[in-house]
Structure formats: C-alpha cells, structure tokens
Design a protein around this ligand. Structure first.
Ligand code: ACO
Length: 422
C-alpha cells in the first residue's frame, strides 16, 4: 500500500499524489493543485500547526510522554526543574547539568521592585490571573534585550528568568489580593518549597512546608508542564511567530490559559462541585448537563478520548494530600459525579472522561489555595512547556502564523450617508 493520498479536482479532473509523512500531508503540496481553495478547519481539529519533538499524546490510549518519557515515570521519579530542562533541551540532564540549571533558575527568582509597585494599581478584588497576565506583559519593558530573539544566549537567559520568576509573580498576586505583605524568594529552598514559602510565610523566620505538600506541588507542576499544541501553547507559538519577545508571548499564552474551557476549568470544577452541594443532587445535575444546561466541568478533552493519564495520577495523589490536610468534603461529590458520568450513555458515546482539571482543584483547595489561584497554579509550570515550544518554533525558523478565512460577509457595496439609511 503506498503511504500517500491522491486528491482529484473534479472541476478539471486533475489529480495530485501527496506522500503521508509522520502521519500528516503537506498543505504546500495540495495548494499546488488547489490554489486559492482553503481547508475549512475551525478550532484546528484536523490541522497539524507544526512539527514538534516535545510532547507526544495518544488520545485514544490515554498516553502522554515528554520527550519520549512516560508521564507516569516522570511524575514518580523526577522534579519539576528536571522536567523543565528535559522539555527545553530534549534530554534529561546529567547531575552537573541539573545543578547548573537549578542554580541559574535560583538566582533569577527575584523581581524588580517596580513590578511589586505595579501590583498596587490593581483593585483589591482583581482576579490573580488578570494580574499575572499584566505582570508578564510589563516584564517585557524591564528587559528590552528580550526582543533579540535571534541570539540563542539572550533567548536562554530570558527562558530561565521566566521559569524562575513565575512562582514569585504568582505568589505576589495572592499576597496582594489577601492584603498580606509580599514575601521575598528564599533561595535556600527548592523550587516548590520556595513557592509555598512566598505564598504562606507569615512572621516566622523561615517557612517550613510539609514535605507531603511540597511533593504534591512538585507532582502537579510536572503534570502540567506541557501538553503539546493546546490553546495556550498555540497562542505562544502564534504570538512568538510574529517575533514578539517571550514576556509578551507568555502574557498572551497566560490569557488563553485563563479561559474556562482551558486552564480556568479547574476553577470551574470547584465552583460546579460547590453548587451541586450534596451527593443527592448529583443525578439531577448530570441530567441537566445532558439536557444542554451547561457542561460537566473537568470532563472531556479535544485529544483524550480516554481517561486523561494526568487525572489518574492526580486522583491518587489527592489521598496523600488529604492525609495531611483532612479530606476535601467535595471529594465524595466528585467521585459520585465521575461514577455517574462514566456509566451514562451520553458521556460514554461522546467518549468524555475526567481530564487533568477534574481532581487538581480539590487538592489545591485542601492545601488552602483560593479558587481564583487555580489557573495561576497551572500557569507556573506550563511556562516551561510554552518556552520549549517557543524556542523550538524559532529554531525551526517558522513562518509568521497567518491562516486564511472563508469570507461569508456582504458583497461589495457603496457607502450610504447616515441620513439615507433605513
Ligand atoms: N460536558 C457535557 N458535554 C460535553 C462536555 C462536557 N464537559 N464536553 C463535550 N461535551 C459534548 C458536547 O456538547 C458535544 O456534544 P454534541 O456532539 O451532542 O454536540 C460533544 O461532547 C463534543 O464536544 P465538543 O465541544 O465538540 O468537543 P471539543 O473537543 O471542542 O471540546 C473541551 C473539548 C473544550 C475540553 C470540552 O470537552 C469542554 O468544554 N469540557 C469542559 C471544560 C474543561 O474541562 N476544560 C478543560 C480541558 S483540559 C485543559 O485545558 C487543561
């Protein structure tokens, strides 16, 4: 069987044979046969936007790999910074490389004092995700050389800075929203410990986080670090393809992540579980979803048509956290909801399973994070994935992203003076 497809233009009988390479067909080839005819693909459901060697997903089998390594192995044995290195460089670091990378990240955790002052301009009840988007965009003005994306050394410097500063910016939004003083990074601590210290430290000389909670944050950071061409990563690539600096591109990616269909879903899950309120209300809630009144948040995925492997790991990890914090009372509602949905033909026939967001919010809430911080907790580790894709895209010398449209508006018409309009 030839590994190719043949397209025939029935208007003139001309055909073209296009090879299938890596599971795709090159659009430049069919454009030779069909100039001016565009493939209509809203939501890019059937479009490979790029070639990438970072993450692999088999949505039918529920498989996720970073640079070939199964997510289950990385979740069990790695750290977030090791995974960030893997995503960025393509290989697991040696001990010396990891030490050097961790050192580079650690010395870049501080933010300019003016960034802190910038936060004071926000209203007291500003959403932390809106604040994070603005802080990231503002950082581009602090590092004008970040525009020099053609210089690999400068690019690496800002890649490290962004990974290092995300927890500091994230914790700063929370401290500001809660009226608490900003906590400076403590560079004697590990990446997740330092984040928890900046979140929760009060008057004690040094904040000591519970090791089980540090491990849970590390695990969640690993699981959220990358997920191939999701909405925010695509945004990062699209904005980056215009050669915007990485801070502006990360601000745009964070804005995409803010949406309830994407990184805002874990926040939506918690609100949904809270509004369901009790086990008795689960059947009625599922019925209303089936009747088209809203969606079952934390269920369904564009790519996974099976249990999201990250959701499986998080569901398990939840019990380790609850052993320290006490069980989140919403867990029982979540379990009942999952059981009801997975036995229901509506969800079975549409292949809707729990995704990464279904259980993560329960852990975050048990650890004391306010619901509005959930998408921020997603943005911190996803920064590694965004930057891996941004660097890969620039290495591939990708063209500016510029899709076509099918115009469905009015034909040419003449301007009508305002007094003559009906
Ligand atoms: N609850 C109920 N029905 C659903 C759900 C859901 N969560 N998700 C999809 N469906 C239904 C749709 O109504 C549609 O049914 P129909 O064929 O009868 O019209 C069918 O399943 C297909 O849905 P689409 O919207 O076409 O699927 P798409 O791939 O575009 O959407 C998405 C994927 C956005 C994740 C969707 O499943 C959803 O909205 N889920 C809830 C929000 C959520 O959990 N988002 C987090 C995703 S993971 C992440 O970003 C980290």
């Amino acid at each position: 069987m030839p590994e190719s497809i043949t397209i025939t233009d029935n208007r003139n009988g001309q055909s073209i044979e296009i090879p299938i390479v890596e599971g795709g067909v090159n659009s430049a080839e069919w454009s030779k046969l069909l100039p001016g005819l565009w493939f209509y693909d809203p939501g890019f459901s059937a479009t490979a936007e790029c070639e990438s060697a970072i993450s692999f997903i088999d949505g039918d089998a529920g498989v996720l790999q970073y640079r070939g390594y199964p997510i289950e192995q990385l979740a069990e044995r790695s750290t977030y910074l090791e995974v960030a290195y893997l995503l960025l460089k393509g290989e697991l670091p040696t001990a010396a490389e990891l030490e050097d990378f961790v050192g580079q990240v650690t010395i870049h955790t501080f933010i300019h004092e003016n960034v802190k002052r910038f936060l004071e301009g926000f209203h007291y009840d500003a959403h932390p995700m809106g604040m994070l988007v603005s802080e990231l965009a503002a950082l581009s003005t602090f590092y004008p050389d970040a525009k020099r994306i053609d210089d690999p050394e400068i690019r690496w410097g800002h890649t490290v800075r962004l990974i290092a500063k995300m927890p500091t910016l994230a914790a700063a939004t929370h401290r500001f929203c809660s009226g608490m003083p900003f906590v400076y990074p403590n560079n004697a601590l590990s990446f997740p410990e330092n984040f928890l210290s900046m979140m929760w430290k009060m008057s004690e000389p040094a904040y000591e986080a519970n090791p089980a909670l540090v491990r849970a944050i590390e695990l969640l950071f690993i699981l959220h670090a990358d997920h191939e061409q999701n909405c925010s990563t695509t945004t990062m690539r699209v904005v980056g393809s215009a050669h915007a600096d990485p801070y502006s591109a990360c601000a745009a990616a964070t804005a995409a992540l803010y949406g309830p269909r994407h990184g805002g879903a874990n926040e939506a899950v918690l609100r949904m579980l809270t509004s369901i309120g009790s086990l008795d209300n689960v059947p009625d809630f599922v019925r209303s979803v089936k009747e088209g009144h809203g969606r079952l948040q934390g269920f369904g995925h564009r790519v996974y048509k099976n249990y999201d492997p990250r959701a499986k790991i998080i569901r398990q990890a939840a019990y380790d956290v609850f052993a320290v914090t006490g069980k989140n009372p919403l867990l029982d509602i979540a379990l009942k909801l999952e059981e009801t949905a997975l036995a229901d033909d509506y969800f079975i026939s549409r292949r809707l399973y729990p995704n990464v967001d279904f259980y993560s919010g329960l852990i975050y809430q048990a650890m004391g994070f306010p619901v509005s911080m959930f998408p921020v907790l997603f943005a911190i580790p996803r920064t590694a994935g965004w930057l891996a894709h941004w660097n890969e895209m620039l290495d591939h010398k990708t063209k500016i992203a510029r899709p076509r449209q099918l115009y469905s508006g009015a034909p040419r018409r003449d301007y009508v003076p305002i007094g003559e309009r009906s």
